[in-house]
Design a protein around this ligand. Structure first.
Ligand code: DC
Length: 231
């Protein structure tokens, strides 16, 4: 097992940006676990699965799919839904498809299910089996890698996170109002933090950073200083 730097926090706190920068700086691999939950949600919806379907039906559908994360891109292979792209060794690249508003919603809803979390547990653990890695998500330091080498909890105000989400959509040519963004972020926060299985929370010993009024460079420096400190 390599060294793991775990970064948790709510949506829009800047985890992906930071995890990529830290991984690059230290020469670590990088895993965005949110994209795994997003890919599973996309695959389940493509298979016509509803969030309130029984667990055995969801599990059967999950067993048909293979999710891989390579070079910052995510690939989906769906054994029972053959498309020409699925025949490629990695499956189809769904890195863009998983960023829709619909997947925002369904990934948060399906990720509350234990059956889905159990399915992704080994995939996440295996990612750290060889190389050192920065892993970001909601339960990385609390559940997936409770023995992580360094733990960071990255937060930002609701207003700031809603603003960042608005801008991210607009960069992709999708207009959403600040009010809609704020509502969506708040709903996801509530769902991700209050579910029974592996809710979002700060792990003991995790460095807490509020990035609301900090530049990307300032947050990066705080994390690097924490990582490099002798403990
Ligand atoms: O980080 P993100 O917004 O891409 O994640 C999408 C959803 O996946 C999020 O609403 C909650 C879920 N998720 C999770 O439950 N556990 C993780 N480790 C990562 C994401």
């Amino acid at each position: 097992m390599g060294k793991v730097i775990a970064i948790d926090g709510p949506s829009g706190a800047g985890k992906s940006t930071m995890a990529k920068l830290i991984a690059k700086e230290l020469g670590f691999d990088y895993l965005d676990t949110g994209s795994l939950y997003r890919t599973v949600a996309l695959a389940l919806r493509e298979k016509g699965i509803e969030p309130n379907d029984p667990d055995d039906k969801i599990l059967k559908a999950l067993n048909d799919i293979t999710v891989t994360f390579k070079g910052g891109r995510v690939f989906l292979k769906n054994a029972s839904r053959f498309t020409p792209h699925d025949s490629r060794s990695n499956g189809r690249d769904v890195s863009e498809d998983i960023r829709s508003k619909e997947v925002d919603y369904y990934s948060s809803v399906f990720s509350a299910k234990k059956v889905v979390r159990d399915f992704l547990f080994d995939i996440q653990r295996n990612a750290a089996s060889i190389n050192d890695i920065v892993v970001e998500g909601r339960d990385i330091a609390t559940v997936v890698f409770p023995d992580a080498w360094k733990k960071v909890y990255l937060d930002a105000s609701l207003k700031e996170r809603a603003k960042r989400r608005c801008l991210q959509f607009r960069e992709r040519g999708i207009y959403i109002s600040m009010e809609e963004s704020r509502r969506d972020v708040m709903e996801r926060d509530t769902r991700d933090s209050n579910r029974d299985t592996a809710p979002l929370k700060r792990a003991g010993g995790a460095l807490l950073i509020d990035s609301s009024n900090l530049s990307i460079e300032q947050v990066k420096e705080k994390i690097l200083k924490f990582i490099r400190a002798e403990t």
